[in-house]
Design a binder for this molecule. Sequence first.
Ligand code: SGN
Ligand code: CA
Length: 552
Amino acid sequence: MNKSYGLLPLAALAAVGCYGEKTQPKQPNIVVIMTDDHTCQAMSCYGSRLLETPNLDRIAREGMRMDRCYVPNAISGPSRACIITGKYSHVNGFTDNSRTFDGDQQTFPKLLHEAGYQTAMIGKWHLNSEPQGFDYWSILEGQGEYYAPLFIENGEKIIEPGYVTDVITDKAISFLESRDKERPFAMLYYHKAPHRDWMPAQRHLGMNEDKVYPEPATLLDDYEGRGSAAREQEMMIAKHMWPEWDLKLMKAEDLAENVSDSTDLARTGNANVDDVSRANDTSNSRRQFRNAYNRMTDEEKARWNEAYAPRIAEYEAFEDSDDELTRWKYQQYMKDYCAVVTGVDENVGRLLDYLESIGELDNTIVIYTSDQGFFLGEHGWFDKRFMYEECERTPMLVRYPSAIKPGTRSKALSMNLDIAPTLLDYAGVEVSEDMQGLSLRPVFESNGKTPGNWRDAVYYHYYEYPSWHSVKRHYGIRTERYKLIHFYNDVDEWELYDLKTDPQELHSVYDDPAYSKVREAMHRRLEAMQTEVGDTDPDELNGEFFEGADKL
Ligand code: SGN
Ligand code: CA
């Protein structure tokens, strides 16, 4: 038996209602729930008007909702690497999705494992090297598939029948069932959903058919007031959302496995992004969707065809203006995205209920987060990558009743880099000096008040350009009120936003004389931050060949 558990019976350790150190078990269980591309705008506990997420809301109601949690690099692999190392991308080396994570470096699962935890990694890993430090791992290959997903399980490839969100949860529960009950566990339970192309589970097909979603005010944004990065991206619902892959506008007769209509090789690794940009290369759309669709069983396909037939008919009859088409596409996007989030919500509920049924829920730190936020039509966009609020900010809910008062909300500036030191802190494992995140323990244990000497700014650096969606490289800093961004590489442009007067980040005030003092102060703060985090030559990748182009 682990010695820290030997001291007191579990029931006594899981005291509710006291938020001090004394009542906490030395080694609580840990479950980090991560979704892919889920954003606060699609969670009812964050005030979403798009859908209800009762099980995620439960975590917020029984724990803490963090309102200002930011990622240092809003893209999958990099964000995941930041979480497990507690270090920025320029330090852990995983700057963009093409990299291969150096798994020999220190990570929090490894440290927990050494401290006696049983560790598991289940779902989307996306770090391109084998997981290290886990007793059990079962990961999706690359992005993974919604139906009949392929897993690599402790090194062996297996296709699992069913729907990915359900399968990941089944695996999580069976790991917990077969664990050594004498030792604490730390499980990374990482969903593929709701990543593009937003394929709902069978039971959710058509569930949002009659809904009309509120449109974001900036759905038809003209990008006035910002620089070339906002204008030149390729993530517009109007132009870059593909009819077949994204909107499922493909008829059964075109979907047969033996039909082939393109020689495009982008997904298999030979596309030259200089010739044709990915997001503009719609020849992928049909092939990708056909591949995804043909993972379904015949019964599943039949239900799918029935569910999407009305949408296809509507599209074929569409005669309205381009703006109306954008608005229509936005509605279809939301129907699918929200249905996929419902699948996540149900499965998170299933996992919470399971933990409760075995008596471990209150003795477990449950974190819910996403690898970044996402655009749900704001600025006319889908995808992420920008240092703008919708995706730099990520959801963060934490339930741990012996440290966190139920129903608290925190406005403290937090980062996903903080997850590693926080968990190590609660597990009683020393947090090494080179970890760059902060333990959130003082934030959790001050009933929603931001502790006095807490951080006053968060740093950001995005590198993946040229690549998917053509978002230019940029770095910057966000404080309570302002955001300073530098777009570099093929441009040299600064943006400054006053988040108090312009929360939607529509008008850069960088050249506004009224903000000259703020601008200077923000430049100074940015430089100090870059020194502090060790990103002292942030433009250094300038001109370096982007090795990711053929691997993403
Ligand atoms: C895929 C998607 C992109 C998406 C990246 C990165 N294209 O390449 O739209 O930006 O993943 O997403 S798709 O045609 O394959 O859907 S990330 O969350 O994994 O970083
Ligand atoms: Ca993602």
